[in-house]
Design a protein around this ligand. Sequence first.
Ligand code: OXD
Ligand code: MN
Length: 603
Amino acid sequence: MAEHTIASPTCNPRLLDWIREMTDLCQPDRVHWCDGSDAEYEHVCNQMVRSGSFVRLNETLRPGSYLVRSHPSDVARVEKRTFICAPTQAEAGPTNNWKPPGPMKETLLSLFRGSMRGRTLYVIPFCMGPLNSAFAKIGIEITDSPYVVCNMRIMTHMGQRVLDALGNGPFIPCLHSVGAPLKPGQPDVAWPCEPDLEKKYIVHFPHEPSIWSYGSGYGGNALLGKKCLALRIASTIARQEGWLAEHMLILSLTSPRGQKRYLAAAFPSACGKTNLAMMQPSLPGWKVQCLGDDIAWIRLGPDGRLYALNPEAGFFGVAPGTSEKSNPHAVRTFAKNTIFTNVALTPDRDVWWEGMDVPPPPTLVDWEGQTWTPDSDRRAAHPNSRFTAPADQCPVIDPDWQNPDGVPLSAILFGGRRTTTVPLVCEAFNWQHGVFLGSAIGSETTAANTGQAGILRRDPFAMLPFCGYHMADYFAHWLALGAQTDPGKLPRMYVVNWFRRNDRGRWLWPGYGENSRVLKWICDRIDGTGQAQPSPIGNLPAPNALDLSGLNLHPENIRELLAVHKPEWRREAEGIRDYYDTFGDRLPATLRRELEALRQRLA
Ligand code: OXD
Ligand code: MN
């Protein structure tokens, strides 16, 4: 019988029944209800330092911060082991792994039986979105990972105030175990997990809804408020309730004249969402402020405009490549009170990673705990190493980032890593065309997913790993939402590509703060002052419409950045057609018509 460290701090009968049932199933040694206090956070961190899981970083250089190294097999989301167990395969669609709910429940029940022996079961009440928001959704995560407790404290609104707000209301049950029970007297390891990939399960039951995650302690596999709840489950709820749960950053852009606009942008994982969300514009007088770097929940407001809210409370950003040059505001954000996972440790107990733009010390401890020197032929930090930092530490956090109503969107951007074909920026002709563009985006793969790097993967709306139902129905939902309001009130839609290269393989665009030049053109378009010229794929900036002052870009670069090469685009259209064919009859006819219209414009 588990020992309860504090009396149950809720009277919610459904919650109490579920905790009792899961405690009986998982058989932990102890149960701890998280209150979300500073004292509790410190206590759990101290315990992890004592057990050897956390390294306390230098209190002067990096106050209140910790380093943790995962098991080398547990370093990223596991898409192959992520399942959508809708009642029928047709509901999950061809882009999701589907298994029938009944047999999957049986498999999970047998895995979870006794899975927390020797460990503490933590109950984490959390809220995605501000507690006072109509957008907000409450989840309860059960976990045996103190690392998850600490990260959820940063990434969500967590603790007693969530239980108080919940009262006897409904919540989304989220069960997580690292899958490493301890026998009596068995010593623990620094990062317990189930190392066998085939025994890891990240499972969603959208019709309940509930989430069951087994075997991994890492990021999106284990912090169940993020990808599992706020995207996969939320997307299915959003479809029923008439809103959108999107893999998007939200930023505000203020012009030198003080005009403020809100933009959302969807990019696949590891394409620079965090950098764009906190960008320091190179254009004088322009200001970017951040509202979120990963997830946007979008609803129609009473005025017919679309309003976006970031449901998270922190950033779980990719560390390598983050530097004073690429993202000075992120560097300030993780200056303190941050958990670093799988980065390297310097001799003075600070952090280091590739692309930090700071020379490495002569020796450091790499992400696997081994001595590393600059001559080593391996990386010091894992390419998917992360920082978990509170959003309110961002020096450019927007004052409205916790506005319970969200912020009205003027534009939605879609992007990805494309070395060829896709121009720097292109504007959709209208909402339907924008949905077509969003449905067709793709990116060359990177390390944030565990697949092969460098392959073009179609990633509609950057939601391929995150859409909790049939992707073609999701496209239809986007089309239907747009049809519910006056087209003039909808955000304009754009495709952007910072990653185009010339035929010698050199980047054509400097990126980072210079991306503000593209955002400025977008704002000019919204104001009606920006000049554009139509092309077969959408509206492109007219010659001289992009503000390139002081940039010193070769005119040949500009031409190539904005070029639409018809033979390349005919191949692209074929690729889109092949991709669309995977959805069969379920693909909305509007999108087939958009594709046909593109092919005619390219003829
Ligand atoms: C993330 C991802 O961690 O998209 O945000 O993988
Ligand atoms: Mn993401």
